[in-house]
Design a protein around this ligand. Sequence first.
Ligand code: FE2
Length: 214
Amino acid sequence: MVLGQQNGDNQVNNRLQANSHMKAIEIIQTEHQNLEAVLFSLEQLLELIDQGKQPDFRAFHGLLTYIDRFLDHYHHPKEHDQLFPLLLKRDPSSSGLINRLERQNHMARTQLGQVFKHLSAYEFLGDAEYQAFRSTLLAYAEIEHQHAVLVDQELITRARQSLTTADWQQVETAFGSHRDPMFTTAWRQEFAALFDRLVTTLPTPIGLGDSWDG
Ligand SMILES: [Fe+2]
């Protein structure tokens, strides 16, 4: 192999690595931004109730179901099955951070269960249950916010420093490939349909549905 060709190959590899880096990191960060956007919509719904509006509970059920399915089927497999084990393999000193993130995701799952429980109580037992639902939901949103910051700032920085080109390609393939059963077209269609229903259920100006009375 001539030197020029080797340099050319290196440049292609560097570009490949940079592209895989960027795509994989962009996917994780976009998913966190999407989750924050849905949580922000939930907080806006709480504000409407605080202003005296009567809620349409389908909006809460829709947004929370969207989060629940999104985390289980799209987001957490990327972190738990791909990113965390790879980082641990390449940088064992990140075990403390990964344990913290695993605990955080577990705590978020438990808290989300509590949110559903308090939503049900609020819906069927009445306004006396609103404050408990409100504080549980806000506590859940805070856990997810802290998680997103920790992944985006600390985990991704460590991953950038330690993962190899092959690792990034593996991550990117798993994140973006239609061949991975976790990310099949059927799931994408279910999410698209759920999202469409959400937009028409959420009150204006958050969505395109009717305004709440009050
Ligand atoms: Fe995450």
